[in-house]
Design a protein around this ligand. Sequence first.
Ligand code: HEC
Length: 155
Amino acid sequence: MTRPAPARRLSPLRLLGGLAAAFVLVQLVPYGRAHTNPPVQVRPAWVDPDTQALFTRACADCHSNETRWPWYSNVAPVSWLVQRHVQEGRQKFNVNVPGFGRDADEAAGQVRRGKMPEPTYLPLHPEARLTDAERQQLIRGLAVTFGDEEREGRR
Ligand code: HEC
């Protein structure tokens, strides 16, 4: 009786070594490290300070040019996700560019429907979790500051 050759089996140690090597290698990918905050061109006329504060807590990192880039936004593969979120978020709605982006008037609706703040953001940003009262306040404030496409019946 010959036993199957053991060389093929992946030992836990080798697996760990492989994962560690892969982790080091993905750090070399250049995408995700350009953490730019372009100049602030405009600021909204916030309807009240509470709306501004709630926006800063729950939205500003992805929808302004004043993103706080945490340390892990330098570590791949998280950095790739963060980079894409900020880039796409700013494209659609950015409170620091003239006109605030083409989807600014959807901001209230996004919160009303529970789509925003972006769900993957919440585990590492407990400050972005809003109570029901805060959510209602933010919806009202966003609607007054940026318009409310859903309620104005433009769609
Ligand atoms: C972690 C990043 C992140 C946070 C925080 C975040 N967003 Fe977004 N937001 C995105 C991304 C990415 C998109 C584009 C993809 C999509 O529509 O889901 C987006 C899209 C939007 C859009 C455009 C929707 C559309 O369909 O065109 C609006 C409006 C918006 N967000 C508002 C908000 C508001 C208001 C908050 C805070 C309550 C918020 N976002 C928090 C990342 C974020």
